[in-house]
Design a protein around this ligand. Structure first.
Ligand code: NI
Length: 173
């Protein structure tokens, strides 16, 4: 396995829309393994292929406190969503910044395993938030896109000054 480089905002490649994965294979499994290693090394809860400059619809996540329940989802699609919840989010591609973001509280996700077997998951809590955040990445969207223009401007300024204002209690997604 190999650790991959995570693209950082405002890299334009984070805005590319990922393409559906067509077939299973060694390359897909290796990419999923490398993404998991990268996610664990960075202390993240989730990672989308877009973040490592691969425009394929693949995400990995592990929301377990023990960090031993890796999940991979290929071609994920939200087919049902319920409720609304605001939680503090961070992102491995937007270092040292977190914000309260509103998302669906429960989601049903359809997709495929890395072996391209169909799978359907009903998720809630951090897993539901994480999967919505990662699918956004696959569509070229970042969590900071939900912020007001004023807050986004403040974030850009902060990044330019490279101030460190990390809030470690938020999940890095
Ligand atoms: Ni993220």
């Amino acid at each position: 396995m190999a650790e991959l480089k995570i693209l950082k905002f405002p890299d334009r490649r984070l805005r590319l829309k990922a393409q559906p994965v067509a077939a299973a294979g060694g390359r897909l499994r290796r990419l999923a393994d490398d993404m998991l290693e990268t996610m664990y090394a960075a202390g993240g809860v989730g990672l989308a292929a877009t973040q490592v400059n691969v425009q394929q619809r693949l995400l990995v996540m592990d929301v377990s406190p023990e960090r031993e329940s890796p999940q991979c989802l290929v071609n994920p699609e939200i087919v049902d969503a319920e409720g609304e919840v605001v939680s503090e989010e961070g992102c491995l591609s937007v270092p040292e910044f977190t914000a309260g973001i509103s998302r669906a509280e429960r989601v049903t996700v359809r997709g495929r395993t890395v072996d391209m077997e169909p799978v359907e998951l009903e998720l809630e809590g951090l897993a539901a938030i994480c999967v919505q955040h990662e699918i956004d990445h696959l569509n070229g969207k970042l969590f900071i896109d939900y912020l007001s223009p004023l807050k986004r401007r403040m974030l850009r300024k902060r990044l330019e000054k490279s101030e460190r204002a990390g809030r470690p209690e938020a999940a890095e997604l």
